[in-house]
Ligand binder design. Structure first.
Ligand SMILES: Cc1cc2nc3c(=O)[nH]c(=O)nc-3n(C[C@H](O)[C@H](O)[C@H](O)COP(=O)(O)O)c2cc1C
Length: 206
């Protein structure tokens, strides 16, 4: 099949989110300007550079009682955030933290999670998460409006500090099999990394 994306796809669900897969899940923690902690997962998320390390997440439709979701409005107001990477041990908590709730609701408490202070930013991090990346706000890019959507906002942050849980480090490398990162597939499907292989680039020395 071919879908001209300016026209109706005629399928039960939009297939796009099953085309760009698997997507890592950035679990974004922030503080509101009044100090309320906030936590939410974003799978339009990725690392976009490694020197300096930068990440982005893309914020979609309106949140409860606001024009934009809490995470991006908090980042823009405070200039910082933390992105945890979701391991399989936090699958349910991650899902619970995605509930659409008012800005004064603390999703850490909602999901039964504890916060831990960060080293370099005021935003808290998820205690026990395999990886927590402390970030400072770089910029927002407004994407064009869609047929049913006011347009996503891409929030870019600079990673200024990274916490890696000791039990997923092995001989100086991140042990992905121990980490078991969760990733988003299309529709309501997810995956974890359980098949790892090594491929050397042409000319690369092991
Ligand atoms: C696995 C997962 C991935 C998600 N990815 C996104 C995303 O990339 N962009 C987005 O706007 N919402 C995404 N959501 C929905 C948000 O998490 C949800 O709207 C949340 O309530 C936003 O919270 P906030 O207003 O505190 O930022 C995702 C939800 C789940 C469960």
């Amino acid at each position: 099949m071919f879908w001209n994306t300016s026209e109706p796809h005629g399928l039960p669900r939009n297939p796009f989110k099953s085309c760009v897969i698997p997507r890592p899940i950035g679990w974004i923690s922030t503080l509101a300007a009044d100090g309320t902690p906030n936590l939410a997962p974003y799978s339009f998320f990725n690392g976009v550079a490694d020197d300096p390390p930068m990440v982005m997440f893309s914020s979609g439709g309106a949140g409860v009682g606001t024009d934009v979701k809490d995470s991006i409005s908090n980042v823009e107001a405070t200039g910082e955030f933390v992105s945890a990477m979701v391991g399989f041990d936090h699958l349910d908590a991650m899902n619970e933290s995605s509930a659409s709730v008012a800005p004064d609701v603390d999703e850490f408490a909602l999901a039964g999670l504890e916060m831990e202070p960060s080293e370099m930013v005021k935003a808290p991090r998820v205690k026990g998460a395999a990886i927590n990346m402390e970030c400072t706000y770089h910029d927002t890019i407004q994407l064009p409006a869609g047929q049913n959507h006011p347009g996503n906002r891409v929030c870019i942050g600079r990673v200024v500090g990274i916490h890696i849980r000791d039990d997923i480090m092995k001989d100086g490398f991140i042990d992905v099999a121990a980490f078991r990162p969760v990733a988003r597939l299309g529709y309501m499907d997810y995956t974890t990394v359980d098949n790892i292989f090594t491929l050397m680039r042409p000319g690369a020395k092991g």
